[in-house]
Design a protein around this ligand. Sequence first.
Ligand code: R5P
Length: 290
Amino acid sequence: MLVILPMPGNETMAKALAERLGAELAVLDWRRFPDLEAYVRIASDVRGKRVFIVCTLANPDPQMLTLVFAAAAARDCGAESVHLVAPYLAYMRQDKSFRPGEAVSATHFARMLSRHFDSLTTIDPHLHRIRDLEHIFTIPTRVGAVAPLLGAWIAENVTAPLIVGPDQESHQWVAEIARSARAPYVVARKERLGDEHVRIELPDLTPWSGRRPVLADDIVSSGRTMLQASRLLIAAGMAKPYCVAIHAVFSPGAFENLAQLTERVVTTDTIPHPSNAISVADTLAKSISY
Ligand code: R5P
């Protein structure tokens, strides 16, 4: 028997998954004590059942303890196994120690999650220098790939698109998105000079004049990458770009700044956000039932 248990804020995705999987939707009783410590109670019967906890990790620091308590409580209540469904998997970008003493958060975060769950299911994690989640997790991992969904959205909504990857890391997604959208693509070069400062160099766009640029990336966080690339595209004489991304991380103000400069910003629902226009529920459900 399969049970889907949403952490706070994940109820919509959990319900969509439960419907698709014919699973029971469990309830978590959760609140903060006056001193801000977390109270967690599994308010459904999970004895002998496989429990899939749904928690997108867009805000991992305050989420982690509550999530770990929920997993432990499910085991204490007799769950047969406890699994994590994290549509967005945080902390994957610091995959290397660039300066002496830096924590390689991707590895440490993966080890931490591996200690508390029997498996992980996620959508398009940011894998760059670490090629596969199995190199950092010690539990089975399942990855749903949604670039074809982004390509399908573009094919349906944008006339004569040119898919533009803002940096080399986006190449893996951009090539697949372009294939699904049946559109050409180019990839820019990016140098990150700080958390909120990037330098981008676009390739020659003269062969593509008249096409509508669609910037595509896995994550929008500070929005600097998409913003700078949008400015350069407009300065190069292209039409206002669309921005299409998988994970709507968006730090404060990032979405508003981007929306002002671009035709439209579109994301998937791995993280609930007003820009969500593409659902990953089918892909996640298939990955869970695989
Ligand atoms: C990194 O290579 C990622 O693919 C994104 O390009 C990056 O995380 C975007 O970050 P920001 O929105 O802060 O520029």
